[in-house]
Design a protein around this ligand. Structure first.
Ligand code: DLL
Length: 429
């Protein structure tokens, strides 16, 4: 039974009592970790200081760089023999971040995912194909155990061999899929080429990277699915942290398991509902690797409207990461804004690559954009008007001059996991 109605529609007063109890337990567990022990000693704040939820703000933030410095097992709050699984998440530089799970963690994590799958209407009547990496990435095993928990027929197809993936969707009558939105796009193109019948499909769960509403409409039309956004991060277990319900208007986060703050990333000040900032999460039930005030680096905001589904406050869809933001000649640009502009122009496809260079000390942004297959008639030179229109639309939205190069359909890279569409070639001083 994974529609945990009592928990998911709990009153605000009862929720706060539960959160306070779990916050105290979490801070207590953090006291077993050298990093927090030192921090608590330095700041004079610790488990005994937590008398109300507001006292959370007395605690220090934890950053990814702190976790890296504890490589490999410095953030485990339990003896290594109680850790039954390890995942890692790689950043752009250096050693990966290591995440440990006790048996209890694995059970709680899969239950959170089971709640999400139930929320979007999936049951043991469904056949589920999980098209993400099954290795150190948390998306594979994370969704797998959640889906088995609710009894779905689970196909651990992982990534690669797109034609075979499509054959399985057809032959096994798959009703639900999970992958990154960029892979979903690739899958949709391949299915079209194969003239595949995907009519049994009804639900597509996409996440692990930002994607726009324009992309949602595209995927829904091409794959015939209802698309749901799924957010998570390895340090907070993995997928299952926040998930869209059938209203498709923000992502529910399970407030009994994650205490949420939105802060101004520059000042660290808490922001209110409707104000966009960085998501900071204190996980409330983690055993092997508890954390306090973890700076996710992800940009979103709390929504204060009540959801008709009856569950608690939601987060807005993510616009990117504070560290993904490109500063081009002083102007802040999120790659998601570029994607949004391109998806509004039907003559160009959804595939693009962004290159940033410094020419004569000036930042220059060049965007390669594939022309949509139906619009390409064999000569790029004939498409000057289209190219000018893309440049102008980008300039209107980003307030930035860019160079746009149209390229033939099917020539830019396709991605199986998270897309890497930005290449910043500027030297870092
Ligand atoms: O991406 C976990 C996951 C797996 C989530 C499968 C959803 C589905 P990491 O590899 O640690 O974990 O990467 C976490 O990915 O901080 C965000 O920047 C980004 N991200 C994840 N989901 C979304 C989303 C998994 N729905 C990082 N929208 C996070 C935007 C997302 N960004």
């Amino acid at each position: 039974m994974f529609w945990d109605k009592a928990m998911e529609t709990i009153s605000q007063a009862d929720l706060q009592t539960l959160q306070l109890k779990r916050l105290r337990e979490t801070v207590e567990r953090c006291g077993q970790i050298g990093f927090f022990k030192d921090k608590f000693r330095e700041t004079g704040v610790g488990p005994d200081s937590i008398k109300s939820l507001e006292d959370l703000q007395k605690l220090p933030f934890t950053r990814k760089t702190d976790l890296r410095a504890g490589y490999p097992f410095g953030f485990f709050a339990v003896p290594r023999r109680e850790v039954v699984r390890i995942h890692t998440t790689s950043g752009t530089t250096g050693k990966p971040t290591v995440v440990g799970y006790t048996r209890g963690d694995l059970d709680k994590w899969s239950s959170l995912i089971a709640r999400n799958l139930t929320m979007v209407g999936l049951t043991s009547d469904d056949v589920f194909q999980n098209m993400v990496n099954y290795g150190m990435f948390t998306g594979g095993l994370g969704f797998h155990y959640g889906s088995e928990k609710i009894g779905m027929t689970t196909i651990p197809s992982a990534t690669g061999n797109t034609r075979r993936q499509i054959e399985m969707i057809q032959d096994f009558g798959v009703t639900a899929i999970h992958c990154t939105p960029s892979y979903a796009l690739h899958l949709a193109e391949a299915a079209e080429e194969m003239n595949a019948d995907l009519s049994a499909l009804k639900v597509g769960m996409f996440g692990a990277e930002p994607w726009s509403d324009a992309m949602r409409h595209d995927l829904e039309a091409k794959l015939g699915v209802e698309a749901f956004d799924s957010y998570g991060m390895s340090e907070l277990y993995g997928p299952g942290v926040a998930f869209e319900c059938q209203e498709h208007n923000g992502l529910h986060i399970w407030h009994d398991s994650y205490l949420v703050e939105i802060i101004d990333p520059k000042t660290g000040e808490q922001l209110g509902p409707g104000e966009r900032g960085e998501l900071v999460v204190t996980p409330l039930v983690k055993e092997a690797m508890p954390l306090v005030r973890y700076r996710t680096g992800d940009i979103t905001m709390l929504l204060d409207d009540e959801c008709p589904c009856g569950r608690g406050p939601k987060l807005a869809r993510f616009t990117g990461r504070s560290d993904d933001m490109l500063v081009i000649r002083g102007i802040n640009v999120f790659p998601s804004q570029i994607e949004h502009v391109l998806l509004e122009i039907p003559e160009v496809g959804n595939h693009y690559m962004v290159y940033v260079n410094r020419v004569n000390h000036m930042d220059e942004m060049t965007i390669d954009v594939e022309v949509a297959p139906g619009y390409f008639k064999g000569e790029l030179a004939d498409l000057k008007n289209l190219q000018n229109r893309v440049v102008k639309t980008l300039r209107d939205v980003l307030e930035l001059r860019t160079t746009v190069r149209l390229v033939e359909p099917g020539t830019l890279p396709r991605f199986e996991g998270k897309a890497k569409r930005v290449v910043d070639q500027r030297e870092v001083f």
